[in-house]
Ligand binder design. Structure first.
Ligand SMILES: C[S@@+](CC[C@H](N)C(=O)[O-])C[C@H]1O[C@@H](n2cnc3c(N)ncnc32)[C@H](O)[C@@H]1O
Length: 245
C-alpha cells in the first residue's frame, strides 16, 4: 500500500535538505526541464508546491499543481496565500484526472512510483498525455528502474535506507526511510522497470522515453569532497526521464 502523505506531510518537507535532493535531484530536473518561461505547466504530485513555485518563479504561466493529499495541498495553498504567485492548486488523483487543460509541459516529481498496478500506472500516463498539447513534453523524477543491491547499499552513505518487500519485479512495494533533522521519515511506493515504463508510455501515444544521467551541481561538488559523491554517482536511487507527446 502506498503511503498517504496526509500522515507525513511535515516530516516529508524536511527531506528537502538532503544533499542528494538539493544538489542532484533538483539540479538534474531543472537541467532537463530547461526554459519554461511563458509556458503552461501542470505539476502532478505537486506536494507542498516546492517545484510548482520554482517553475512559476522561472516565468511559467499558468501553473497548476495537483496532489492526492489534501494536507499537502493545504500546505501549498498556505504558502500561496502568504506569498501569492498565482498558482492554482487542486486535490486530485492523477490516475483519474481526466482533462483539465492543454499544457505545454507536465512535471511529475515522484508520481509514477505511487502507482500500485500497471493499470494505475497506465491511468497516470494517459492523464499526462491527455493534458499535454501536441508537441508538449513531460519531465519526471522517479525511482531507479535498474535498482540492484549495489544501489541499496550506496544510499546508506546518505542517510537513506531502501528496502524492497520482495524481488525487484514490476509493482513490488519499496519502503524508503530518509533521515531528517527531526528524526526520520518512511514512505512506501512501488518499483517499475524501464520495460514497464516504456510499455505504458508507448500505449499512451508518447514518443520514446529519454532517460538522463543524474548530475551534481557545482555547488554540491564544492560543498562535499569527491569521495562523498562516488557511491551516488555509480548507483543513484533515482532517475530523471522525459517524453514528448
Ligand atoms: C514524494 S512526494 C513528492 C512531492 C513533490 N513533487 C516534491 O517533490 O516535493 C509524492 C507525492 O505524490 C502524491 N501522490 C501519490 N499518489 C498520487 C496520485 N495518484 N495522484 C496525485 N498525487 C499523488 C503524494 O500525495 C505526495 O504528495
Amino acid at each position: 500500500m502506498a503511503t498517504n502523505y496526509d500522515d507525513i506531510a511535515d516530516e516529508y518537507l524536511q527531506t528537502k535538505v538532503n544533499p542528494i535532493k538539493k544538489y542532484s535531484e533538483e539540479f538534474t530536473f531543472f537541467q532537463v526541464l530547461g526554459d519554461v518561461a511563458q509556458q503552461a505547466v501542470l505539476d502532478l504530485a505537486c506536494g507542498d508546491g516546492y517545484y510548482t513555485r520554482a517553475v512559476r518563479r522561472q516565468g511559467a504561466a499558468p501553473v497548476v499543481g495537483i496532489d492526492l493529499s489534501a494536507e499537502m495541498i493545504r500546505q501549498a495553498e498556505a504558502v500561496e496565500a502568504a506569498e501569492p504567485l498565482g498558482i492554482e492548486y487542486r486535490v486530485g488523483d492523477v490516475a483519474n484526472l481526466g482533462v483539465i487543460g492543454a499544457f505545454d509541459v507536465v512535471t511529475a516529481v515522484y508520481l509514477l512510483q505511487y502507482a500500485a498496478t500497471e493499470s494505475e500506472l497506465q491511468g497516470m500516463v494517459d492523464a499526462i498525455y491527455a493534458n499535454l498539447k501536441p508537441g508538449g513534453r513531460v519531465v519526471m523524477v522517479t525511482g531507479q528502474p535498474n535498482l540492484t543491491e549495489a544501489h541499496l547499499a550506496a544510499q546508506m552513505h546518505y542517510g537513506v535506507t531502501i528496502k524492497p518487500q520482495g524481488s525487484l519485479a514490476d509493482g513490488v512495494c519499496i519502503d524508503t526511510t530518509i533521515l531528517v533533522p527531526e528524526g526520520a521519515v518512511t514512505f512506501t511506493n512501488h518499483h517499475w522497470t524501464k520495460a514497464a515504463y516504456a510499455h505504458v508510455f508507448q500505449q499512451a501515444g508518447f514518443q520514446p522515453l529519454v532517460w538522463y544521467p543524474m548530475q551534481i551541481s557545482a555547488e554540491g561538488l564544492a560543498q562535499y569532497p569527491a569521495e562523498y559523491w562516488r557511491p551516488y554517482q555509480q548507483y543513484p536511487a533515482i532517475a530523471v526521464v522525459s517524453a514528448a507527446r
